[in-house]
Design a protein around this ligand. Structure first.
Ligand code: ATP
Ligand code: MG
Ligand code: FE
Length: 343
């Protein structure tokens, strides 16, 4: 079975082709991605209407690119998967509309996929795929959750953020430091030159005893420090503040992951979502998990943020397990808000 997957929930247009043969690990045949980051940067964040229009422009050329890379024709595709939600309604509608129309034209079924399931299962695109069950730390731009993952489709939320997501905390703090959008990777780069102990920033809920998170207070604390630095802060002070901010976020993510591992009795951790690309997070998780005999799996760096491959992979794993309930009637809906435990 060859599955063509589409991602368009936010500011990346992603298309990928995956092949499923029996029980063997699904194989990524080709993928293409266009990020709209440069387009949105002037506005300091994603402009939904611009995002939708750009998905319209990109999706078919990317699809052609994927088919050319794979050396296959659209008539070789057996199933079309697309991100149904959560995300920006207009952006989702473009990917879903194209996917369902293409499926109708090719007379193949269309399968809606939950975007966060895509993130969660993205480490299955690596050669060293995790085994079920595992604890998942999902840290993206819009979500921060710890989950118990028993199998594909069996997701139990152990804890989540009560306000901002970890990626949001990175991005908002970075913006206060005058860094471009999305600030996470920029803040991480600046932090390399700073002292993580220079500023004592809050770690809300660190000792709550539950795998929950709160990051809203952090950006307020960063704002207070930025104001103290005045109009022309020196580079070292900015780097110190960046390093201290990153240290605060990473410490909470690491401690809460350990708590979830302990509570669940599991010895495997999967980290997914954009913040999973953060080098400090990886380094510290690797260290504490090695001491406890816990295996940690990450997606490839380039697959931490949004992409089509993770959507095609989620579809592939569902197809392999006989869980896919694709539609053939040309109908579809998007779900801008959609709880993963209900997927
Ligand atoms: P969601 O998946 O919750 O709908 P999203 O799709 O916007 O949100 P992702 O694409 O998974 O989120 O991740 C984007 C986020 O990851 C941004 O907040 C970005 O700043 C952050 N990010 C990416 N790389 C890094 C890094 N190296 N360090 C810290 N944060 C990072
Ligand atoms: Mg994005
Ligand atoms: Fe995402």
């Amino acid at each position: 079975t060859r599955i063509l997957g589409f991602e368009s929930s936010c500011d990346e247009t992603g298309v990928a082709l995956i092949e499923v043969e029996g029980g063997r690990p699904p194989r990524l045949l080709a993928q293409a991605l266009h990020s709209q980051i440069a387009m949105h940067q002037a506005y300091g964040g994603v402009v939904p209407e611009l995002a939708s229009r750009d998905h319209v422009r990109r999706v078919l050329p990317l699809t052609r690119e994927v088919m050319a890379q794979a050396g296959l024709a659209l008539s070789d595709v057996d199933l079309i998967a697309y991100t149904q939600g959560p995300g920006l309604a207009g952006a989702l509608l473009v990917g879903a509309g194209v996917a369902v129309s293409l499926a109708a034209a090719l007379e193949v079924p269309a399968l809606p996929i939950h975007h966060l399931e895509g993130h969660l299962l993205s480490p299955f695109l690596s050669a060293d795929a995790p085994e079920f069950p595992f604890v998942a730390l999902l840290v993206s731009g819009g979500h921060t959750q710890l989950m118990r993952v028993s199998d594909v489709g069996l997701y139990e939320i152990l804890g989540e953020t009560i306000d901002d997501a970890a990626g949001e905390a990175f991005d908002k703090s970075a913006k206060l430091l005058g860094l471009p959008y999305p600030g996470g990777p920029h803040l991480a780069r600046l932090a390399e030159f700073g002292n993580p102990q220079a500023y004592a920033l809050p770690r809300p809920l660190l000792h709550s005893g539950k795998p929950d998170f709160s990051f809203a207070g952090l950006k307020t604390a960063v704002l207070t420090q930025v104001k103290k630095l005045g109009d022309a802060p020196c580079d070292q002070a900015k780097a110190d503040l960046a390093a201290s901010t990153q240290a605060a976020i990473v410490e909470v993510l690491v401690k809460k992951s350990l708590l979830a591992l302990k509570e669940s009795g599991l010895r495997r951790l999967v980290v997914a979502g954009g913040v999973g690309a953060n080098a400090q997070l990886r380094e510290q998780l690797n260290a504490v998990c090695a001491r406890r005999g816990v295996r940690v799996h990450y997606p490839e760096l380039s697959l931490c943020t949004d992409n089509g491959a993770m959507i095609a992979m989620a579809a592939a794993l569902r197809v392999q397990r006989g869980m896919a309930k694709p539609r053939r009637d040309g109908g579809f809906e998007v779900r801008p808000r959609w709880d993963l435990s209900a997927a």
